[in-house]
Write a protein that binds this ligand. Structure first.
Ligand code: HEC
Ligand code: HEC
Ligand code: HEC
Length: 363
């Protein structure tokens, strides 16, 4: 099995076609968020101990299960032949990840309705729950005991993307929101319950996440029947186009077969996770990207393909501008681009090209 699939149990979930696979029977048990909640652990006051509070009060993931009980989920479920979204593995793999887990790996305190909780990202805690508070345990000891190494952005991107990029075509058609993975903004929006003082972590997360998204889309392409590939192909092409412009995609365009792209995207992600960009290098990328307005004006590729390029480009401009403290200066232009890429069906290429030109001249 490919190296990057092997080390995260949760990533197994994202390969699933119609019948999602279970988290393997072997492995540590999940204890549930309640195991992390006490005030002397992660449920206390102050920045160092407040992760449970941040998660339980502000994090989108606590709602992931409840959403499956609402009318929109019922409609999506009906369209794909799922009568109870809240207990179907087709939905719970992402919305209630304890449910598809083999019962032998759940302790009695792990509740299916807690949505996406601590261990969905940090890994099943049984093997490190007691040990991880010991003063003689370093971060490396915890990771060796089975806690996911989320400080490593490559590992982090793999954890998030398992639920944030690919969703089966029939579920999408039934009205499920389209998933567009972008690690930097999604980490900010979660919101973060961790300290992050490195100014380069934003663009580094962005680039790592885009390469991982490309790998996942390519993976989905390999598995899908040729007549269901059109949208995925356009999404893939958009990311190849974007990464090529960053200077990281050097050999992506040479591949004529998916496995080459998949492997190369994975390697780009590993390199990107260690990237230490200077402001000059970020500015150079921002300018190259902004200078693509003429490509949008004279493009002869499909509308859907142009749309995905515009979408990925807008996310890129936003993240780079933020890292360079340029957001206030180009906020008006960015917000025009953002609203241009809201929806497929009324996407106006000419307007997008014009807004991009306006942004380029302001830089
Ligand atoms: C691959 C993971 C995955 C699967 C499988 C999945 N979802 Fe989702 N779902 C998500 C993510 C991630 C979001 C958040 C998307 C966003 O807001 O950008 C979401 C959002 C939703 C929303 C919108 C929630 C809101 O706040 O607007 C509904 C409703 C929903 N899912 C229902 C379902 C149903 C029903 C199923 C099964 C038929 C399902 N999902 C399967 C990952 C998944
Ligand atoms: C959606 C994924 C996700 C969920 C859910 C989640 N975390 Fe995290 N957590 C992260 C990421 C990413 C980091 C940053 C990497 C790191 O510092 O280890 C992090 C960091 C942390 C840290 C280190 C804080 C710091 O400043 O160094 C603690 C402690 C933590 N999480 C505890 C929890 C607890 C407790 C829960 C449940 C109440 C939880 N996490 C839920 C993803 C998640
Ligand atoms: C086990 C699946 C799963 C994992 C792992 C996961 N998420 Fe989510 N995430 C979801 C689902 C399901 C939703 C939809 C919940 C909702 O809309 O309230 C969601 C919603 C979100 C949202 C709000 C909607 C949006 O897209 O803006 C953010 C932000 C987010 N996740 C960030 C992250 C980040 C960052 C990570 C990794 C550190 C991560 N998620 C890992 C399943 C997951």
């Amino acid at each position: 099995m490919l190296r990057f699939i092997a080390f995260l149990a949760i990533a197994v979930v994202s390969v699933s076609a119609k019948e999602p696979s279970q988290t393997p029977e072997a492995g540590a048990k999940f204890v549930g968020a309640v195991g992390c909640r006490s005030s002397s652990c992660h449920g206390g006051a102050g920045e160092k101990r407040s992760q449970y509070i941040t998660w339980s009060q502000k994090d989108f993931h606590t709602r992931a299960y409840a959403i499956l009980l609402d009318a929109r989920s019922a409609r999506i479920g009906e369209a794909v032949g799922v009568s109870q979204p809240q207990s179907s593995a087709r939905c719970t793999v992402c919305h209630s990840p304890f449910q598809p887990v083999a019962p032998s790996r759940l302790t009695s305190s792990a509740r299916p309705d807690e949505g996406v909780s601590c261990e969905s990202c940090h890994g099943a805690a049984e093997s490190w729950l007691r040990g991880h508070t010991r003063s003689d345990w370093t971060y490396a000891t915890r990771v060796a005991a089975g806690m996911h190494d989320l400080r490593n952005l490559y590992v982090r991107a793999n954890a998030c993307v398992a639920c944030h990029q690919n969703v089966d075509a029939d579920i999408l058609k039934a009205g499920h929101p389209e998933l567009v993975f972008e690690l930097d903004s999604q980490s900010v929006n979660e919101p973060k319950h961790w300290r992050d003082e490195d100014p380069a972590s934003g663009p580094r997360s962005w680039l790592t996440g885009q390469a991982i998204a490309l790998r996942e889309i390519t993976w989905a392409l390999i598995k899908s029947p040729p007549d269901e590939r059109s949208q995925l192909l356009d999404q893939e092409n958009a990311l190849v186009w974007l990464l090529d412009k960053t200077g990281f995609g050097n050999d992506l365009t040479k591949f004529s077969a998916f496995p080459g792209v998949q492997q190369s995207a994975d390697e780009i992600a590993e390199r990107a996770a260690k990237w230490s960009p200077t402001s000059d290098s970020l500015m150079a990328i921002l300018q190259t990207l902004a200078a693509s307005d003429s490509e949008f004006r004279s493009s002869n590729i499909s509308r859907q393909n142009v749309f995905y390029r515009a979408l990925r480009l807008t996310l890129a401009l936003e993240r780079l501008a933020l890292a360079l403290d340029l957001s206030p200066k180009i906020e008006k232009e960015l917000s025009a681009l953002r609203s241009d890429v809201q929806r497929h069906y009324d996407f106006d290429v000419a307007a997008f090209a014009e807004h991009l030109r306006a942004l380029r001249t302001k830089l």
